[in-house]
Design a protein around this ligand. Sequence first.
Ligand code: TYD
Length: 131
Amino acid sequence: MINIIEFNEIGKNEGKLISLEVGVNILFDIKRVYYIFEVPKSTRRGYHSHKQLKQVLVCINGSVKIDTEYNNVKNTTILDSANKGLYLGSNVWREMYDFSQGAVLMVLASEIYDEKDYIRDYSEFKLKEVV
Ligand code: TYD
């Protein structure tokens, strides 16, 4: 499944603060954090799903568009604020594109990196979908 998480912002005039906490606004144990940056405007990345991995994507600077597909339902999400997260459960196909100048996409992940958890072939992903 996928869903948008709105993070609570603390502070206003003195600047804002957002806290990501397991069990509060992140509902899995975080084993890895990585970030994607300096992506050329014309680049599209992703093109995979995960067998088990759960992730929350947060664009902490700039903006990015993300196409997802889960159980035959396609969505486009624009992450353009640090107060928004996109939860991607397992078996979600994703493609990220239109990274703005300076965009930084931070990803919180439930597992350490494991290439065996990836499905990088779209037809294989479609075969695994629940009809
Ligand atoms: P990939 O997950 O395919 O990136 P994206 O979905 O953003 O296009 O990863 C790109 C490369 O980086 C690939 O060779 C695997 C490697 N990688 C790691 O070594 N560790 C990680 O935590 C991640 C996410 C990727």
